[in-house]
Design a binder for this molecule. Structure first.
Ligand SMILES: *[C@@H]1O[C@H](CO)[C@@H](O)[C@H](O)[C@H]1NC(C)=O
Length: 291
């Protein structure tokens, strides 16, 4: 398919691109900025993600057709097979709901991982846990069985509203200690086993007025520094064309303001910049920092 340079994209041209072409164009615009991309399979039924009873949370749910999921992975892996900045694919975002089942997790994650590997052996293959990707604890007992090694990555999500800590009433130091411990059990232990773990979603209300989110954030940043986590922030976008039926929806978790023109919370940008380079390992030893 033809690729238009971003500078040539006007509103008029835009209408001649399919959704998939827009996606490809975004990936190549990121490539021009030397930004690496991980593809993430979010939902089968288009919409805002996620809820426990949306029928889209686990293999075989009403809208989560397993064959369709396999063919989606195949199409995307093939489409970006020779696109060097696409470095990884996550098999499925935030598995959840009443039908989640470990037997099926191992079965389909293994099959999906092998499928991606057979199409593009260069991809990092990223596996998400159960219960909204908050739970990888079961890996303590059993790892998936795969024909390849050295490029399997696990991902975990951690938000203040779902970490089980009493950020509102508790002493923040004590709450942080207990939440850190539970995050360790939920998946953090993988780092201690020398396995790659990617904290692929964290986020908070960037207005700075949400007291419990502020407490959670301070805790998150200190744990991320101590564990030298690889992380991704939800979210960059300041707004949406359309979300949950609302036009021009404001993303309060967005790094950018509603008009995408500046940082919503400049002091957060400073704080997070301290975590953008590794804090452990050989690279770190050759750097000098001002803390
Ligand atoms: C999980 O799925 C397997 C395979 O379909 C089934 O045999 C098993 O009973 C399920 N387990 C639970 C707890 O639902």
């Amino acid at each position: 398919m033809s690729r238009l340079p971003v500078s040539a994209l006007t509103i008029r041209n835009f209408f001649f691109l399919s959704l998939v072409q827009v996606y490809q164009e975004v990936v190549s615009a990121l490539a021009r900025q030397n930004i690496m991309v991980i593809l993430d399979n979010q939902l089968s039924k288009p919409g805002w993600c996620c809820s426990r009873y949306d029928g889209d949370g686990f293999f075989g749910d009403k809208y989560f057709d397993i064959e369709e999921w396999f063919s989606g992975l195949k199409i995307m892996a093939t489409m970006f097979n020779s696109t060097p900045n696409v470095v990884g694919m996550s098999l499925r975002n935030e598995l959840r709901g009443p039908n989640q089942n470990l037997t099926l997790w191992y079965r389909y994650m293994q099959e999906g991982a092998e499928l991606l590997h057979s199409i593009n052996p260069n991809l990092l293959v990223i596996l998400s846990g159960l219960d909204y990707d908050k739970d990888l604890s079961f890996l303590l007992l059993k790892q998936p069985t795969l024909t390849f090694t050295n490029k399997l990555v696990y991902e975990l999500h951690w938000y203040g509203f779902s970490d089980g800590g009493d950020w509102e009433n508790g002493n923040p130091n004590n709450v942080c200690a207990s939440v850190e411990k539970s995050t360790l059990l939920r998946g953090g232990f993988l780092l201690g086993q020398g396995r790659p773990l990617f904290l692929s979603e964290f986020g908070f209300d960037q207005s700075g007025t949400h007291v419990t989110d502020n407490r959670y954030l301070t805790c998150f940043l200190s744990v991320a520094a101590e564990w030298d986590l690889d992380w991704a922030l939800w979210a960059l976008q300041g707004s949406y064309y359309l979300r949950q039926g609302e036009v021009a929806y404001d993303e309060s978790y967005g790094l950018l303001t509603w008009d995408w023109c500046k940082a919503r919370n400049p002091s957060f940008v400073k704080r997070i910049s301290a975590l953008q380079s590794p804090l452990q390992g050989p690279v770190y030893r050759t750097r000098s920092h001002t803390i």
